[in-house]
Design a protein around this ligand. Structure first.
Ligand code: 5GP
Length: 195
């Protein structure tokens, strides 16, 4: 049975780096490609990083009940996990890793409680987070401000996750992520059920 590894974090907590590391480290894991209506960034590839959709197509898919979960993460920017994406990876017998927002993470966990592990990645401090986001230089000042406003809201969800991973020192966080995921992938169904 495939397992679901759900990673959520406030923007800039290092989630994407950790998720990429785990994808390289564990052969059995594949990335769940989300659908989004936000603009494609220069280094991103359609169908690999996201399925980039028009707002119209996205809304059509909502009506068709094609999503396990979807959120308007930022105003007029929709993100969602397609049922057919999970089914595709299931058919390949893959464990599935998700890089999604905190609400989406809890909804996936609710939809598949017995096979899911939810992990909250915690940034060291709001200041450090702001610096990281700014250094990333993918965001305008306005978009930075919007993202930071969201962080304090997202930090309140920490307690509802199975595991909390503090990303203070990245090397340490990567090792801890390997351990958390390794333990979960080798645990029997019964262990996960009683977590
Ligand atoms: P970004 O625009 O930086 O790629 O993503 C913004 C936020 O949306 C991140 O927290 C990311 O994890 C989240 N996100 C990406 N895909 C999904 C999804 O399918 N569902 C939900 N709920 N959030 C997502």
């Amino acid at each position: 049975m495939s397992k679901l590894l759900i990673f959520a974090a406030p923007s800039g907590a290092g989630k994407t780096t950790i998720v990429h590391h785990l994808l390289n480290h564990f052969d059995s894991i594949s990335f769940s490609v989300s659908a989004t209506t936000r603009a494609q960034r220069p280094h991103e590839r359609d169908g690999e990083d996201y399925y980039f959709l028009s707002a119209e197509t996205f809304k059509q898919l909502i009506e068709e009940d094609a999503f396990v979960e979807w959120e308007e993460v930022y105003k007029n920017q929709f993100y969602g996990t397609l049922k057919r994406e999970i089914e595709r990876l299931w058919q390949e017998n893959k464990d599935i890793i998700f890089d999604i927002d905190v609400k989406g993470a809890l909804n996936i966990k609710k939809a598949y409680p017995e096979v899911s592990l939810s992990v909250f990645i915690k940034p060291p401090s709001p200041e450090a987070l702001f610096e990281r986001l700014r250094n990333r230089r993918t965001e305008s000042e306005e978009s930075l401000r919007i993202r930071m406003a969201r962080v304090s809201e997202e930090l309140m969800y920490e307690d509802r996750f199975d595991q909390v991973l503090v990303n203070d020192d990245l090397e340490v966080a990567l090792l801890e992520a390997e351990k958390i995921v390794g333990d979960f992938l080798t645990s029997s169904h019964d262990d996960t059920h009683h977590q």
